[in-house]
Design a protein around this ligand. Structure first.
Ligand code: FAD
Ligand code: MLT
Ligand code: ZN
Length: 429
């Protein structure tokens, strides 16, 4: 953008959202242009913080008319580089859209702004004796809009499903500034496809999610039992899947060592190749000779892993899944790829979802290629819950079936013909 055009756009944006909500100073925008892991740092003309849907519409319209691309941003906890501006885009922060409407107990649902954090939503639901089904360690920053845009998974997918399963209705601002709303859907409707569901998992590339109506679950009655077990192989852990299981999480010995060293936690179990954390509504049957401990605070071992690894250096993070009957094969093969650096494996066992984290590697692209080749060879998926972003955009285009890719392209061209919505994700523009 020429500096004159940039000044004109900034003036128009200030008129819409107010001067104090258009940030341009380097120290003010720093936290918005760098991703959570520190692997990607971009730059932007401005961070704009609208306080209403009408302001979002005006901001998008101003940017489109000026030919300036926009990166919608929630909590900026995304792990695939999709939430930061890579080519000077305007960052559209949705955090001020943080309205929590009263819960409707009859339909067990609630309408909330896109900027509400998952933690605040869970608290709101809990106060009404209900629960929101998506559980993430990033809950205090990750937003409703961001989790819908990435179709976030988390630790309770085995019992509650992913974010897509919680969405009852959406309000969206499209790339041309139009507001579309399906927040007031009846519990039962047969009115054709709900086209706004295209926004789920679209990572800001089709429009801006401004509000959502979400399904709530009955409050988790009774105390859940949390058990930590030592495993020799991951597939042993799959034997614990059962109707009462709410979460089935694993991590390897390297993760546990790092958490013990950096969080000052006691070693809960003897050294083993893998550990399994089970959260269950009833007592799962565990052999008497199994090495196990039972205690709700065990979640700290699992939920500290991401932050502890980040403290060890900028990690190359890969979120992938393989068919569950191939988890042992994958875990073994990934450790024998000869990757430079320290490898940490953890994830969501019930879905075959691995987080492969490599610290101390000087060639992230090579790590991505080697691990994803392995995943594809085993019939897995290259992005299981974090999205495609920029981290896997090349691989997404390379591995998506051509007819499906053509369909994606037609949708993008129809909804965002000027390519102003987060152009770097998926398409690498
Ligand atoms: P951002 O990071 O701000 O954005 C993510 C993407 O969504 C970007 O492409 C952005 O453009 C788009 N976007 C954001 N808001 C909107 C909007 N309103 N409209 C349109 N597009 C939008 N993820 C999991 O799936 N499971 C986990 O268990 C999990 N655990 C995590 C633990 C930690 C400690 C951390 C740091 C991250 C974890 N994540 C996990 C990743 C991250 O929290 C999720 O991807 C989350 O969904 C991102 O939400 P956000 O509000 O931070 O979105
Ligand atoms: C997790 O399961 O803890 C998250 O997806 C975060 C990560 O991959 O680091
Ligand atoms: Zn995860």
């Amino acid at each position: 953008m020429s500096s004159r055009r940039e000044e004109t756009v900034l003036t128009a944006l200030r008129e819409v959202v107010g001067k104090s909500h258009v940030l341009t100073e380097p120290d003010m925008v720093a936290g918005y242009v760098r991703d959570w892991t520190g692997r990607w740092t971009g730059h932007c003309a401005a961070v704009v913080r609208p306080g209403s849907v009408a302001e979002v519409q005006d901001v998008v319209t101003i940017c489109r008319e000026a030919g300036v691309a926009v990166v919608p941003q929630g909590g900026n906890t995304g792990l695939v580089g999709g939430s930061v501006p890579h080519h000077g885009e305007v960052v559209l922060s949705l955090r001020r859209l943080d309205r929590l409407e009263p819960i409707d107990p009859a339909s067990r649902s609630v309408t909330v702004g896109a900027g509400v954090t998952i933690g605040a939503l869970q608290e709101h639901a809990r106060a009404a004796g209900l629960a929101y089904g998506v559980h993430l360690a990033s809950r205090d920053s990750a937003t409703v809009g961001g989790t819908i845009a990435t179709n976030a998974g988390g630790t309770h997918v085995v019992s509650n499903g992913d974010t897509r399963r919680q969405v009852l209705g959406l309000e969206v601002v499209m790339a041309d500034g139009t507001r579309l709303s399906r927040l007031d859907r009846m519990p039962k409707e047969s009115l054709g496809p709900d086209l706004l569901h295209l926004m789920i998992g679209s990572e800001g590339s089709l429009g801006v999610i401004t509000s959502a109506r979400l399904r709530l679950l009955p409050g988790e009655g009774g105390q859940a039992m949390v058990i930590l077990l030592a495993l020799q192989t991951l597939s042993e852990g799959l034997d614990f899947l059962g109707p009462d299981v709410r979460a089935l999480e694993f991590f390897d010995g390297a993760c546990l060592d790092a958490v013990i060293d950096h969080r000052g936690l006691a070693r809960p179990l003897p050294v083993a190749p893998f550990y399994l954390l089970i959260e269950s509504g009833g007592r799962p049957s565990i052999a008497d000779n199994a090495v196990a401990v039972v205690d709700g605070s065990l979640w700290a071992y699992r939920e500290s892993i991401t932050e502890v690894i980040n403290g060890l250096g900028v990690p190359v993070k890969l979120d992938v899944a393989v068919p569950v009957d191939r988890v042992d094969e994958f875990a073994d093969a990934v450790k024998h790829l000869g990757l430079e650096g320290d490898i940490y494996l953890f994830g969501h066992l019930a879905e075959g979802n691995f987080h492969v984290n490599v610290v101390g590697n000087r060639d992230p692209e090579a790590v991505v290629d080697r691990v994803l080749e392995l995943v594809v060879g085993l019939g897995g998926v290259i992005a299981s819950e974090h999205g495609v972003g920029v981290a896997k955009a090349d691989w997404w285009r390379r591995t998506t079936e051509l007819s499906l890719l053509a369909f994606h392209r037609r949708v993008k061209e129809a909804l965002d013909p000027d390519r102003i919505m987060n152009p770097a994700v998926f398409w690498g523009d």
